[in-house]
Ligand binder design. Sequence first.
Ligand SMILES: Nc1ncnc2c1ncn2[C@@H]1O[C@H](COP(=O)(O)OP(=O)(O)OP(=O)(O)O)[C@@H](O)[C@H]1O
Length: 263
Amino acid sequence: MRGASITLERTSIDVPGRRIVSDIDLRIEAGEFVCLLGPSGCGKSTILNAIAGFMRAGGRLLVDGKPVAGPGPDRGVVFQSSEALFPWLSVEENVAYGLKLRKVPRARQREICAHYLSMVGLAHAAGQFPAQLSGGMRQRVQIARVLANEPAVVLMDEPFGALDAQTREVLQREVQRIWQATRTTFLFVTHDIAEAVLLADRVVTMTAGPAAGIKSVTAIDIPHPRDPTSPDFARVQRALREIIADEVRRAMGEQPGMAGAAA
Ligand SMILES: Nc1ncnc2c1ncn2[C@@H]1O[C@H](COP(=O)(O)OP(=O)(O)OP(=O)(O)O)[C@@H](O)[C@H]1O
């Protein structure tokens, strides 16, 4: 596996009648772990979907120096909802899905599935079906399914948002370990400031929409594994909380209907 860079240059994304994000400039280096934070509804998922190739973007949007023209196996997406799995396929068949489409020989499919299922701690569950698994296990299957395609970029859209705090903590550590083992580029959308500080090389915060942009880019220079109880962690977390709160206040001042929106 090898990470790819992501380049956004004056990138804008529209839906009919509305500009969601406007003139974004951001370069994510190959192998970097970047978290995207911002007020609810600002356009974080929209950016991720454009990089995934699910939505069209104006300006420049490059992955590994090449314009994004649609979805491709170089980018894998992990969604918040474990509904993303095929309920009629076993765990192993879910993980093998992309490999099968690419006509990877069956024996090799099994090897790859075994490798990534064991990486996410689910080697024992290969024959089970999604309905038999907990929410955390289903998210692990999604991660294994994405990794099995050996993408250069992993895009995660609030992957642990629906999980309980303990499961979330375990999976955050696993994602960290997987990132360190694969050196794939990760772009991770979250509402959770502590999660961003735990995982990211850099945290990108966004302005509130409409026509959202980048508000700040913060490098997190705390060595891994990071201790959420350390003074450094608390300092960075506080600074980010202030940036987001400031943006929510600004948006509420400008748009009275925004009350209650928060990261
Ligand atoms: N396909 C679409 N058609 C119309 N509007 C859309 C579409 N996709 C997104 N939007 C709108 O774009 C805005 C940004 O949505 P998006 O889901 O990207 O925000 P977000 O920052 O990820 O939000 P949250 O943090 O609440 O998940 C929202 O107002 C949403 O309604």
